[in-house]
Design a protein around this ligand. Structure first.
Ligand code: SAM
Ligand code: SF4
Length: 351
């Protein structure tokens, strides 16, 4: 490993920050040795806060209907061949019951921006989940809403909200989204969520079209400044019915490298080894954990709808990606020295 990369890594581990140009150099100059060193430091940093615990979340994909047209996503409204569905409250509650029995203590409700899920409906659902499972956390991921809406959802019991910023570079954001969506509104949402007391997750795809080491360095600077509690990153994977169908997928190797960097920027992050990682490599999740991730989110949606939530091609929905296989997932974690725990898995804030 060249000396300047090695000293950047040491400085990042000690100071939890670098300059924009230094992040770019760390990304451009990466080598297998640098990745190994970053992963070792990231593992130490995580161990100091979370030990060898891996938090599990049950992911319930409640609607494939979306009013937006993000260029990368298979659920975009222009995709005529996407099979649309939405789950009703009873179905969602029965997924939670099943998840609870399997040992999940966080439910992540995610979906497209579907107007059916008004504040009233979501608040009713949140209250019902909390009534049945007062010891569980609920994470929402429904995209951009008004501050008032986020406030109502928070009051009804939502603990966390995942809204990937997608890219911290406004010009790049405009290349991934239609003109009807704005970088400013995405930032407004993230700031509102934080001000309302949610545990907030941002994040981005690795290898999204037109991404560069410059824009990635901006993402890392954004994480430094925003100080999220969670950060979801996974490789971009093309979907055949989107404008990005012919673009290259993001790399597993760069995703893992960035997971390690993120862990060193913010050691207490809840950092998932995402489904996208598990989709590009059979051991993608383990590789993510070994790079610094500490969360896995197996799928708790009803089997019948899983294939319909087709964000990208070849998304894994069965085997150990399935919440029903949590025991086998736990065994896989144990095989690499980690313990999948029955726990809400809240962020541990040291600052
Ligand atoms: N609609 C909500 C939103 O956009 O925040 C939540 C659901 S959305 C499908 C969740 C995440 O999926 C997005 O933030 C995006 O980063 C990711 N995603 C969408 N299309 C993808 C693709 N082709 N490859 C990898 N990840 C993708
Ligand atoms: Fe809709 Fe989210 Fe997909 Fe964008 S990323 S099209 S908001 S589901």
């Amino acid at each position: 490993m060249n000396g300047s990369i090695s000293s950047l890594i040491d400085r990042l581990a000690a100071a939890h920050r670098l300059e924009h140009g230094e992040y770019k150099a760390l990304i451009d100059g990466r080598t297998p040795e640098a990745a190994e060193r970053l992963a070792a430091l990231a593992s130490e940093a995580r161990k100091r806060i979370y030990g060898n615990k891996i938090y599990i979340r049950g992911l319930i994909e409640i609607s494939s209907i979306c009013k937006n047209d993000c260029l990368y996503c298979g659920l975009r409204r222009s995709n005529r061949s996407c099979q649309r569905y939405r789950l009703d409250a009873d179905k969602i509650l029965s997924c939670c019951r099943e998840g609870y029995a399997l040992g999940f203590r966080t439910f992540v409700l995610q979906g497209g921006e579907d107007a059916y899920f008004t504040d009233g409906r979501l608040c009713g659902l949140l209250r019902a989940i909390k009534r049945e499972h007062p010891d569980c956390a609920v994470t929402l991921s429904f995209g951009e809403r008004s501050r008032e809406s986020y406030e109502r959802l928070r009051e009804a019991g939502a603990d966390r909200y995942l809204l990937r910023h997608e890219t911290a570079d406004a010009a790049h954001y405009a290349k991934l989204h239609p003109a009807s969506m704005s970088f400013e509104n995405r930032m407004r949402c993230l700031n509102d969520l934080k001000a309302l007391g949610y545990q907030v997750g941002c994040g981005f795809m690795v290898g999204s079209p037109r991404q560069t080491s410059e824009t990635l360095a901006s993402d890392l600077k954004f994480v430094e400044a925003f100080q999220p509690d969670m950060c979801g990153i996974g490789p971009f994977i093309p979907q055949s019915e989107t404008p990005f169908r012919a673009e290259k997928a993001g790399s597993l190797e760069l995703t893992c490298y960035l997971l390690s960097i993120l862990r060193l920027i913010r050691p207490n992050l809840l950092l998932p080894a995402t489904t996208a990682l598990g989709s590009v490599h059979p051991f993608g999740r383990e590789m993510g954990i070994q790079a610094g991730a500490n969360v896995v989110m197996p799928n708790l949606s009803p089997q019948a709808v899983r294939k319909k939530y087709a964000l990208y091609d070849n998304k894994v929905t069965d085997g150990d990606e399935s919440a029903q296989c949590v025991a086998s997932l736990a065994a896989r974690m144990a095989a690499i020295g980690y313990e999948a725990v029955i726990d809400r898995g809240d962020v541990i804030r040291s600052d």
